[in-house]
Design a protein. Structure first.
Lengths: 113, 114
């Protein structure tokens, strides 16, 4: 069975400081992992994806995530937060070739000036 | 702009009523997915269609139904509405049959049931 756990419901950082949003997954098979971002009153947008190629994945807007199989983690990071990064972030797991996409509960990122 | 269009953006109705939400997928995408997002339940997968046929079913209530038409647009019908159905309903589309996880989301239809 697949599942995904986002370890923090809220994260608050100051502008210019690093961002870390944590995600652990559970999958019986080789998973595909994604991060999506949802800005207020908007739909979700794909930020980055891991599909068994390089373990360090770069996404849009300076975000990246590292797939660590031994830790079953796929944490999202950014070296320096910007005010425009304030949004909700969703970690997603899918069994490759499967039909079910499992969304995490989301982490709301606040960025303070 | 994701290329996925949802109408209406906002809808206010009363308990017991029926509403229809509409989704036009990205040009060329054959798969359409419906999701419900609420504060207490988070993002819940409802149903997926591929080229007019139901492909996968999630936590969709029996009062809800969906279909995908030959022109690939999809409609989600919600009937006998209850207060708890108030939520943001998203449509997403993708190009393939199998789920690659790369979904393109519309901006959602916000349903308020009074």
């Amino acid at each position: 069975a697949q599942s995904v756990t986002q370890l923090d419901s809220h994260v608050s950082v100051s502008e210019g400081t690093p961002v870390l949003l944590r995600c652990n997954y559970s999958s019986s098979y080789s998973p595909s992992l994604f991060w999506y971002v949802q800005h207020p009153n908007k739909g979700l947008q794909l930020l980055l994806k891991y599909t068994s190629a390089a373990t360090l994945v770069k996404g849009i807007n300076g975000f990246e995530a590292e797939f660590k199989k031994s830790e079953t983690s796929f944490h999202l990071t950014k070296p320096s937060a910007h005010m425009s990064d304030a949004a909700e972030y969703f970690c997603v797991v899918i069994h490759t070739g499967g039909f079910k996409t499992i969304f995490g509960a989301g982490t709301r990122l606040f960025v303070k000036a | 702009d994701s290329g996925v269009t949802q109408t209406p953006k906002h809808l206010i109705t009363a308990t017991g009523q029926r509403v229809t939400l509409r989704c036009s997928p990205r040009s060329g995408d054959l798969s359409v997915y419906w999701y419900q997002q609420s504060l207490d339940q988070g993002l819940q997968f409802l149903i997926q269609y591929y080229n007019g046929e139901e492909r996968a079913k999630g936590n969709i209530l029996e009062r809800f139904s969906a279909q995908q038409f030959p022109d690939l647009h999809s409609e989600l019908n919600l009937s006998s509405l209850e207060l708890g159905d108030s939520a943001l309903y998203f449509c997403a589309s993708s190009s393939g049959t199998g789920n690659t996880g790369e979904l393109f989301f519309g901006e959602g239809s916000r349903l308020t049931v009074l």
